[in-house]
Design a protein around this ligand. Structure first.
Ligand SMILES: Nc1nc2c(c(=O)[nH]1)N[C@H]1C(S)=C(S)[C@@H](COP(=O)(O)OP(=O)(O)OC[C@H]3O[C@@H](n4cnc5c(N)ncnc54)[C@H](O)[C@@H]3O)O[C@H]1N2
Ligand code: MOO
Ligand SMILES: [Mg+2]
Length: 661
């Protein structure tokens, strides 16, 4: 046996998730992206491996953008900033390159993925796991590392009572040349290569299901059942002992739970651009704007009047001084000001040397070049201090801000010619339903005008997104599928309305299920109960796909869901810092009879009451298909879930829809 080696720190280990399989027994599906308890398998692997290692890699042979998103998402809640890179799973002549550099997917087997991982890793050790074993042990890497150290081994590999698990392994980065040589000689079997190394097997005993993998959809379901039965049966629980939370279909969620689930599922776009400050209104600032200067840059006058020396003022007595010159904004008075002297000064003009006080012109009596300053003028008055607004080096605007007119002004006051902002979101919108008419369509029995799409497009424009109007999709599955695939390739997010409830439009669900991973939720919210959320995939690899938000068809439900759920999610996607809906307190002016039920959003008009506090009056017509009443309202009055009758004068919360009219 070799000498023991030095201990191995987690930070010295790159974690590698091998996600390059062909998915043969899953009909060629990309296995790492298949859902397990509501989330992609690869997300589970990243989440389990992340606490055990330093940097992370995923090797994949297609859908690289999606793997990056999935991986980043799995890390999103992990403390600290971590690196995660996706590498192309391919033989060494291709492997280790940035994923985008490899044109067509290759299926070179797990050793190719390991070779790519070794080529990309910057740490002395690499720990690999397959993407399809979502229950892998939380102490896997620590135990492999301890054994590698104790035995001075180049490679430590897991075994359990059923035998070796060759792709659960920790290896020294120094084995890379041996692997390249093995592959170059045509070797493909993992076990055969490992046998050429100084290897130690680490016994995980009866590891239960910790190393179970899922090669078929049926195995995946079986494993999910095992995991859901609890950590006792499924070995390798999360470190907090809990099983990952399932997001089952049709789960009822509270409004807060649904919004939190939406937000946690979103990874912001990261592309940025420079735009002139004047064109940056509503854009999301991508980097802190640090003030390069003190603002104001010099002490200056806050009033038109006379600049004085504070030392000349005596308490309780008028003071006299001789005016020796004038200071205008942009034209400072150059000379010094001595005792008993004053300078005529205008607002914004730099304080002359020696002066620290401005007496406002209307308080001063002037006779020729003599002035009399009243006794109540105090030293230091009416003077703005250098840097009192902003100091050089201070963060003036934080990354993640949605730039307001005042922000644009601030950036301009610092002389910033351009700002670095996230790129605009691209959001596609379409409506579904055979009943929908387009402008100019001849009326048909039972048909209505499509109002959701124009309203949602407008709401998106208001949010600063670039919109893609996909029109009305008829209830024809093939056309719908083609449109979804196209939208997934062009947009960051796709908004649909209709067809998400339990009705006739089930084929929409089928198509979504074929082209993406979509969950259907029931939110305890009125209006806006049904909601679909997930991801849609375009045709080719290397396209990240789009988030899908499926809004309810009822026009008010669609817009209220947008406001309460989708808007915060899109703001996060756009890179905005935390942007929860801003509820404010208001009294309800009416008595409302009501059975306790879903959290309800009533259309209401808010206006200040006699005491100045906001009062909200619900408008007539609260049916979720009654759009006119929404246009009459300026706020949504929130009645909490389970709240019964409302008394007139009761304090509740509102969400302003627009500035108060
Ligand atoms: N048995 C049940 N029925 C319904 C439930 C339920 O839980 N059980 N939920 C109700 C709720 S709440 C809502 S909201 C709606 C949601 O329906 P869908 O999202 O499936 O939408 P559709 O059935 O396609 O349409 C509903 C309604 O909205 C009109 N609509 C659809 N698109 C547009 C558009 N672009 N512009 C204008 N109006 C549109 C459509 O004509 C229907 O009237 O389901 C309830 N039913
Ligand atoms: O979501 Mo529905 O609007 O409650 O009618
Ligand atoms: Mg329909």
């Amino acid at each position: 046996m070799a000498e023991p080696g030095p201990p191995i720190a987690a930070a010295d280990i790159t974690g590698l998730v091998l996600a390059g399989g062909m998915g043969r027994r899953m009909g060629g599906a990309d296995k790492g992206l298949q859902l397990f308890l509501g989330r992609p398998l690869a997300a589970h692997a990243v989440e389990r491996l992340a606490p055990q290692v330093g940097p992370l890699l995923i090797s994949a042979n297609r859908n690289h953008g999606e793997y990056r998103r999935v991986g980043m998402q799995a890390l999103a809640d992990a403390p600290g900033h971590r690196r995660l890179e996706v590498v192309a799973d391919a033989l060494p002549e291709h492997g280790g390159l940035p994923a985008a550099a490899v044109a067509a997917p290759r299926y070179d087997g797990p050793l190719a993925g390991i070779a790519a991982g070794l080529a990309a890793a910057r740490t002395p050790w690499l720990a690999c796991v397959p993407c399809d074993s979502p229950l892998l042990p939380p102490d896997l890497v620590a135990r492999l590392a301890a054994a590698a150290t104790a035995h001075g081994a180049q490679l430590a590999v897991a075994r359990c009572s059923q035998g070796r698990h060759p792709v659960f392994a920790l290896m020294s980065a120094a084995v890379a040349p041996s692997l390249r040589a093995f592959l170059a000689a045509g070797g493909r079997r993992v076990r055969a290569w490992q046998d050429t190394l100084r290897t130690v097997e680490v016994d995980f005993g009866d590891a239960g299901h910790a190393f179970d993998n899922a090669n078929t959809a049926a195995e995946l379901r079986e494993l999910a059942t095992l995991a859901e039965r609890g950590p006792a049966r499924a070995c390798g629980p999360r470190q907090d002992g809990s099983a990952p939370s399932p997001r089952r279909q049709n789960t009822a969620l509270t409004v807060d739970e649904a919004r939190a689930a939406l937000l946690s599922g979103i990874v912001p776009v990261d592309e940025v651009e420079r735009v002139p400050a004047a064109a940056a209104l509503g854009r999301i600032l991508a980097a802190d704007l640090v003030s390069p200067i003190d603002v104001p840059a010099q002490d200056n006058a806050a009033m038109d009047g006379y600049a004085l020396r504070g030392a000349d003022l005596a308490p309780g007595r008028d003071a006299e001084a001789t005016v020796i010159g004038t200071a205008l904004a942009g034209h400072p008075y150059a000379g010094p000001v001595g005792p008993g002297q004053a300078v005529r000064i205008m607002t914004g003009a730099v304080m002359p040397d020696g002066c620290d006080t401005v007496a406002a012109q209307e308080t001063v009596r002037r006779d020729g070049d003599r002035i009399v300053v009243p006794a109540d003028v105090r030293a230091g008055q009416n003077r703005r201090l250098r840097g009192e607004d902003l100091r050089a080096g201070q963060v003036a605007l934080r990354a993640g801000r949605r730039l307001s007119p005042a922000d644009i002004g601030v950036s301009a006051s610092l002389g910033a010619p351009a700002l670095t902002v996230r790129r605009r979101l691209r959001v596609a919108v379409f409506s579904t339903g055979d009943e929908l008419l387009l402008p100019g369509d001849p009326p048909r029995p039972g048909a209505i005008h499509d109002s959701n799409r124009p309203a949602l497009l407008a709401a998106l424009q208001d949010l600063g997104a670039d919109t893609i109007d996909m029109g009305v999709l008829r209830d024809v599955p093939d056309a719908l599928e083609a449109a979804l695939v196209e939208a997934a390739g062009r947009a960051d997010a796709v908004l649909t309305s209709g067809g998400v409830s339990v009705g006739d439009a089930d084929f929409v669900r089928d198509v979504l299920a074929r082209r993406g991973r979509i969950d259907f939720w029931k939110v305890e919210m009125k209006p806006g109960r049904p909601l679909a959320f997930g991801r849609l995939y375009p045709a080719g690899p290397d396209r990240a796909g789009a988030y899908l938000f499926g809004l309810p068809g009822n026009p008010v439900a669609a817009l209220v869901s947008f406001q309460v759920m989708v808007r915060p999610a899109l703001l996060k996607l756009a890179g905005a810092a935390d942007a929860p809906p801003a509820f404010i307190a208001a009294r309800c002016t009416r008595t409302l009879r009501r059975k306790p039920g879903r959290e309800e959003y009533l259309r209401a008009v808010a206006a200040p009451g006699a005491d100045g506090m906001l009062e909200a009056t619900p408008v007539a017509g609260q049916g979720s298909a009654m759009l006119f009443s929404l246009s009459q309202a300026n706020c949504l009055l929130r009645l909490p879930a389970g709240h019964g009758d409302v008394a007139a004068g009761e304090r509740l919360q509102i969400l302003l829809l627009d500035s108060l009219r």
